[in-house]
Design a protein around this ligand. Structure first.
Ligand SMILES: CC(C)(COP(=O)(O)OP(=O)(O)OC[C@H]1O[C@@H](n2cnc3c(N)ncnc32)[C@H](O)[C@@H]1OP(=O)(O)O)[C@@H](O)C(=O)NCCC(=O)NCCS
Length: 179
């Protein structure tokens, strides 16, 4: 069923292990603390509280951001950024989890949950995700959900040390999602 976008942006989504709750300004301190953890900052770069409030909890029109909750506690963040140009319509996904809960399948569960929403509720036929080319944990996690490698985007992302590094573009067509 297609729902209007205002309703969709307030929806809490439920996976097997995680719930995704639309991010709120009150989540910013918890997300800033997670982003400061070295295993997250390595890939996401430097975020202070002000940048989290502006970039992640700020309510951009083409972005849907969710806190990843386990037993009601915010342990991470996942977002979808929609390309709305009709002939190129798709959504990109990005996420991070706190160090303490990585490696337990919560990332694939959160991605599967958001991807199901984007395909079933928002009508997307194609999703993308673009980990750093050497982020092996992320590439394994995304492969489990059905994303496939498309190609290497050279010098795509600037890391905290100022170096531009390659990223792997992965995409998934709606029928490929491992539900
Ligand atoms: C990338 C990420 C979202 C994956 O979610 P996840 O829930 O950890 O994924 P999984 O549990 O499926 O783990 C994926 C693989 O990486 C391994 N892994 C994940 N975290 C790990 C860690 N901290 N140390 C060692 N191995 C780890 C797992 O063992 C698993 O390997 P397997 O497939 O051989 O079993 C999550 O680890 C994360 O947020 N990492 C830090 C930030 C980041 O890299 N974000 C993505 C930027 S594109």
């Amino acid at each position: 069923m297609m729902r209007d976008s205002a309703t969709l942006r307030r929806m809490e989504l439920h996976g097997r292990q995680v719930a995704l709750r639309p991010v709120a300004p009150a989540d910013a301190p918890a997300l800033a603390a997670i982003l400061a953890e070295p295993s997250v900052a390595r890939w996401w770069g430097t975020f202070g509280l002000a940048r989290v409030e502006a970039d992640l909890a700020g309510g951009h029109p083409d972005e849907e951001g969710f806190g990843i909750l386990v037993d009601g506690v915010c342990v991470g963040y996942i977002q979808a950024v929609e390309e709305t140009e009709p002939d190129f319509r798709h959504a990109g996904i990005d996420l991070f989890l706190a160090t303490a809960v990585q490696g337990r399948g919560l990332g694939p569960d959160a991605i599967r949950t958001l991807a199901t929403h984007l395909i079933d509720d928002r009508g997307h036929h194609r999703l993308t995700i673009d980990p750093a080319a050497d982020n092996e944990a992320a590439i394994r996690a995304y492969t489990k959900v059905g994303f496939r490698p498309v190609g290497v985007m050279r010098a795509y992302q600037r890391m905290a040390d100022g170096q531009w590094v390659d990223a792997l573009l992965m995409d998934l067509l709606a029928e490929e999602l491992v539900r």
